[in-house]
Design a protein. Structure first.
Length: 349
């Protein structure tokens, strides 16, 4: 039996080339499999084989989208694959976006089955879940062993054109597609049963989950900046030397609060970044690039703003969950409100 030919896309990290310092590498192809592809290929057994691996740096792909996409596509096309797999990307945002973008492009241009995998909060999910199948992963590579079997079995279903079950049955993120099915009980009875369970505070599963929209009302405009107290908050990971609060470089479980009373700029000897999602060299060279304390001190001197709050709050946005981010904000906002802060400047990377 002829093996199914598979092409696999991975980033610079999973190719073993390097981390952020190598995120700008251009696309390249390698015959055979590597990184997570070793596990995928082994699980395919005699049914399929990864014939080629395409590698591209996350920064290069996202900063040169059209050019990178075209380059990667030509490399994929050269193998004449029957199936294309990207990732898994877990909660790595730029990697997830790249996986989703190239999977969609290959699906449209080659008309072959495609598959990727990532964490539900990865921005790639919002952008591409309706276009390609995305197997749901945990928020880190710790879930690799659980994810790879799901990817291989589902990928084989796709390429064999077998019946695809529901997201709950197969493990993929919902694509917004609804199908009619026949069930034993009529809709009215099912609805009443669900209502009774809800009233009794029992577990039940709705047949029509509603989307949850995050609605944030804009704050009131500041009438006079020259009298306003301004605070600084960052997800760029700026911390004192040695990262005394041990804020994780990814999926942060905490934040830090740092006194800047009388400080005019974030000097090299006194600040660095703990962030693991971007090249830290420029932030370590001058932390004011992430937390613009120097500029705000000048604005304070010139009377453009009334006062700069004496503490800035910092965490790492790389892979950090929305739930944790909300928790941090709720905690330090209480302090800001108690100290009559009028506005916050939130910087990212």
């Amino acid at each position: 039996m002829k093996k199914i030919k598979v092409v696999h896309y991975i980033n610079q990290f999973f190719a073993g080339i390097g981390g952020e310092e190598k995120a700008d590498i251009k696309p390249e192809k390698k015959d055979g499999f590597m990184g997570p592809g070793i596990g995928l290929n082994g699980m395919f057994k005699e049914e399929a084989e990864i014939v080629g691996t395409i590698i591209c740096g996350d920064s290069y792909f996202n900063e040169n989208l059209e050019e990178a996409q075209a380059e990667v596509f030509e490399m994929i096309k050269s193998y004449e694959p029957d199936l294309f797999i990207a990732g898994p990307a877990f909660n790595a945002g730029r990697y997830g976006v790249a996986c989703g973008a190239i999977a969609k492009y290959v699906k449209e241009e080659l008309n072959i089955p495609v598959l990727t995998a990532m964490y539900k909060e990865n921005p790639g999910v919002d952008m591409y879940a309706k276009d390609v199948h995305i197997i749901e992963t945990g928020d880190s590579a710790a879930s690799m062993r659980k994810v790879l079997p799901l990817m291989t079995s589902f990928a084989l279903k796709l390429v064999k054109n077998e019946v695809i079950g529901t997201p709950e049955e197969e493990g993929y993120i919902p694509m917004g597609v609804r199908r009619n099915v026949f069930v034993d009980e009529i809709g009215g009875k099912r609805a009443v049963d669900m209502l009774v369970k809800k009233l009794n505070k029992e577990d039940f599963e709705t047949e029509y989950p509603m989307p949850v929209f995050d609605n944030v009302e804009p704050g009131k405009a500041i009438k006079d900046l020259s009298k306003a107290k301004i605070a600084l908050v960052t997800s760029g990971g700026i911390v004192p030397p040695g990262n005394p609060d041990k804020i994780e470089s990814s999926s942060a479980s905490k934040y830090g609060a740092y006194d800047i009373t009388g400080v005019r700029n974030l000097e090299v000897a006194c600040h660095e970044t703990a962030h693991g999602g971007y090249d830290p060299s420029f932030a370590n060279e001058d932390a004011n690039r992430i937390v613009p304390l120097d500029v705000l001190r000048d604005m304070e001197d010139e009377g453009i703003i009334g006062e700069l709050y004496n503490t800035f709050f910092s965490t790492v946005g790389n892979g950090t969950s929305v739930k944790n981010s909300l928790k941090y904000a709720e905690e330090f906002t209480k302090q800001l409100l108690a100290d009559d802060v009028d506005a916050v400047i939130l910087t990212s990377t």
